[in-house]
Write a protein that binds this ligand. Structure first.
Ligand code: HAM
Length: 422
């Protein structure tokens, strides 16, 4: 038997139902906030990520699915989509005017990562990016979209963790203070951190090795080294979050695993997920468009892992609701004709129903319906047709009643409406 490639998986059943539900809420929420969808290719030129995500990041160093294609191009199966969206926006001249652009995406990403719960090599992200506005109000607007989306999903127990990583201009002052601190406790840090301190000192703050986290006690705080504008930006954003009732905590070690962030960096953690798992991450990236060959256009955004979201939905809400809670079971050929015509009318009216087409005894049909989790079985036999009725059997309670055939659509609609407002 050939299995799915390690780290990838087939989506179906309840998990896929949660994906679809989350996606439908996402489309509604994004459109309500004025964001339009963009779909970019999974394959991008290596340059797109080398110039954006950063040479010192784990993504570039260890995790990329990259290869030379048959035409000799060095391509990458995208590990994230901010860089791809920026590449597309430059290519299609979205930045010809200075008007803000709001874009969102849903799609699979690929990282060659160590497997853990909720961590895959092919995973899905939903992301939202805003370009062309650098104010803290822009950060707050995009974060409000995020929290509206999370609230619509019914998520609670969330914590927004924020930091400011300053600008490339303000960082050298922090780097020198941080290197001085590191040198004093050098022996307590892991070998990766010795490389990181040379390549990108911010990465040391992000090290997950417990002894490094201990060695970091009392480290210089990046927000103490911010330039005046970054400082004002950070303070104003915190005021706006307070006004919006978005609970947050400052985290001076939050630097994120990608190099393009300037000023605001954030993550949202859920206590319903495992300790290590951020549900999402994002921030401001004012230099990225220019770095990828476009004009000097600021950006801000986030991406959330859909796999982790679906896992949370399952934990919080249990199994997703069946798309078709009702099955129609005809008994005999005359009833089968009547049933298929009735089903056609119901489908046309947008009422979900599944039809038993196997011509099996009622007992067997009901056993299958129970096993498949149907809530209601509509049974149609010859005697019922003569009387213009059918039998509606509630499979969860075992009770049954008789419905007039011409009221079936109305009754099913009422039941569905009740289920969705529960
Ligand atoms: P990221 O933090 O690398 O940011 O990924 C965002 C989210 O994707 C994570 O918080 C997590 O939920 C999910 N994720 C990442 N790797 C995996 C994995 N191997 N398996 C399952 N889920 C995963 C970015 O990708 C940035 N592009 C976010 C951004 C958008 N920043 C600005 N705009």
């Amino acid at each position: 038997m050939v299995l799915a490639v390690k780290g990838t998986r087939d989506l179906f059943g309840t998990e896929l139902q949660w994906f679809q539900w989350i996606e439908s809420i996402c489309h509604r929420c994004m459109q309500c906030h004025g964001y339009s969808e963009i779909r970019t290719p999974i394959l991008e030129e290596l340059e797109v990520f080398k110039r954006s995500v950063g040479e010192s990041s784990d993504i570039i160093n260890k995790e990329m699915y990259d290869f030379i294609d048959k035409g000799g191009r060095h391509v990458v199966m995208r590990p994230e989509n901010t860089a791809g969206v920026v590449r597309a926006a430059i290519q299609h001249k979205f930045f010809e005017t200075s008007d803000p652009k709001r874009l969102y995406y849903i799609g699979p990403m690929f990282r060659y990562e160590r497997m853990q719960a909720g961590r895959y090599r092919q995973f899905w992200q939903i992301g939202a990016e805003i370009f062309g506005a650098s104010t803290p109000e822009t950060d707050a607007e995009n974060l409000t979209l995020l929290f509206d989306f999370l609230n619509e999903l019914g998520l609670k127990n969330l914590m927004l963790s924020i930091n400011s990583v300053g600008t490339p201009e303000s960082r050298p002052a922090f780097y020198s203070a941080f290197r001085e601190f590191f040198d004093k406790a050098e022996s307590q840090f892991c070998s990766d951190c010795h490389r990181r301190i040379l390549e990108n000192p911010l990465r040391v703050l992000d090290c997950k090795v417990p002894k490094c986290q201990v060695a970091l006690e009392g480290h210089p705080i990046i927000t103490d080294f911010l330039d005046e504008e970054s400082c004002k930006h950070h303070e104003r954003l915190k005021d706006l979050l307070t006004a919006l009732h978005i609970p947050f905590a400052e985290n001076s070690r939050l630097v994120r695993g990608l190099d393009y962030y300037t000023r605001t960096a954030f993550e949202v953690l859920s206590s319903d997920l495992g300790a290590q798992s951020a549900l999402l991450g994002g921030g401001r990236y004012d230099g990225l468009v220019k770095q990828l060959g476009g004009p000097d256009v600021p950006g801000f955004g986030w991406a959330i892992g859909l796999d982790r979201l679906a896992m949370l939905m399952q934990t919080i809400h249990g199994d997703a609701q069946r798309n078709t809670p009702t099955i129609l079971i005809p008994m005999g050929e005359t009833a089968a004709t009547k049933a298929i015509v009735l089903a056609k009318e119901l489908w046309k009216a947008g009422i979900p129903i599944q039809l038993e087409t196997r011509n099996v005894p009622l007992k067997k049909a009901l056993q299958t319906a129970n096993r498949q989790g149907f809530q209601l079985a509509l049974i149609l036999g010859d005697s019922e047709i003569e009387q213009g009725v059918l039998t509606a059997k509630d499979l969860t309670k075992g009770s049954q009643e008789t419905w007039n055939l011409d009221t079936v659509a109305e009754k099913l609609k009422a039941i569905l409406q009740l289920a969705y407002t529960d």
